[in-house]
Design a binder for this molecule. Structure first.
Ligand code: GAR
Length: 192
């Protein structure tokens, strides 16, 4: 049996797609949906599905004892639009067991401040012919960990930042839950 925690700060559509994938599984559970934003959409998505939630502050995120208690029994941490930087002790504790998704083909259009529509606007301004998603392990720097998977969409002259965002979001919902499952299933039974 494996337990997943999702961290999300935004609307929570990826968190919802992941919760939906595992809803009827009896060996993998989304056991926690946590956020730093008391009004984050992920809280409603989790409540609707009976997934336990927690709101924590930035200070609590950096408190080793607090996070240790919160993540007791959690095998994999999935970031889904989580906008705070993960502290080094957590990166270390979940080495190879914490992943993130980014709405561009990293290393392009990543890093601090690159999220949401800003990413797609930058892609458009630079006349890119393609964009996509990157799923990667979490490291100490924003959007820089080893890449697990990238998927692409092509961009036509008629695309706007909004239409690119929609295409990219479709890819996210299709692939992120599958990659989460693949990672969870690849873990050994016991690890420290
Ligand atoms: C997603 O597009 C995700 O790729 C992005 O936040 C969005 C969250 O949407 N993450 C980043 O930009 C990380 N740097 P959601 O709340 O609807 O899942």
């Amino acid at each position: 049996m494996k337990n997943i925690a999702i961290f999300a700060s935004g609307t929570g559509s990826n968190a919802a797609a992941i919760m939906d994938r595992f809803i009827e599984y009896d060996d993998i559970f989304v056991s926690l949906a946590a956020t730093n934003k008391p009004d984050a959409g992920v809280l409603d998505e989790a409540h609707e599905r009976g997934v336990p939630t927690r709101v924590f502050t930035k200070k609590e995120l950096h408190d080793e004892d607090y996070m240790h208690d919160l993540l007791l029994g959690i095998d994999v941490v999935v970031l889904a639009g989580f906008l705070l930087k993960i502290p080094p002790f957590l990166v270390e504790a979940f080495q190879g067991r914490m992943i993130n998704i980014h709405p561009s083909l990293l290393p392009k259009y990543g890093g601090k401040g690159m999220y949401g529509m800003r990413v797609h606007e930058a892609v458009l301004e630079n006349n890119e012919k393609e964009s996509g998603i990157t799923i990667h392990y979490v490291s100490e720097n924003y959007d820089e960990g080893d890449i697990l998977r990238q998927e692409k969409v092509s961009i036509s002259q008629r695309d706007t930042a909004r239409t690119i965002a929609l295409k990219v979001q479709k890819l996210e919902h299709e692939h992120y839950p599958k990659i989460v499952e693949k990672l969870v299933r690849s873990l050994p039974e016991n690890y420290d």
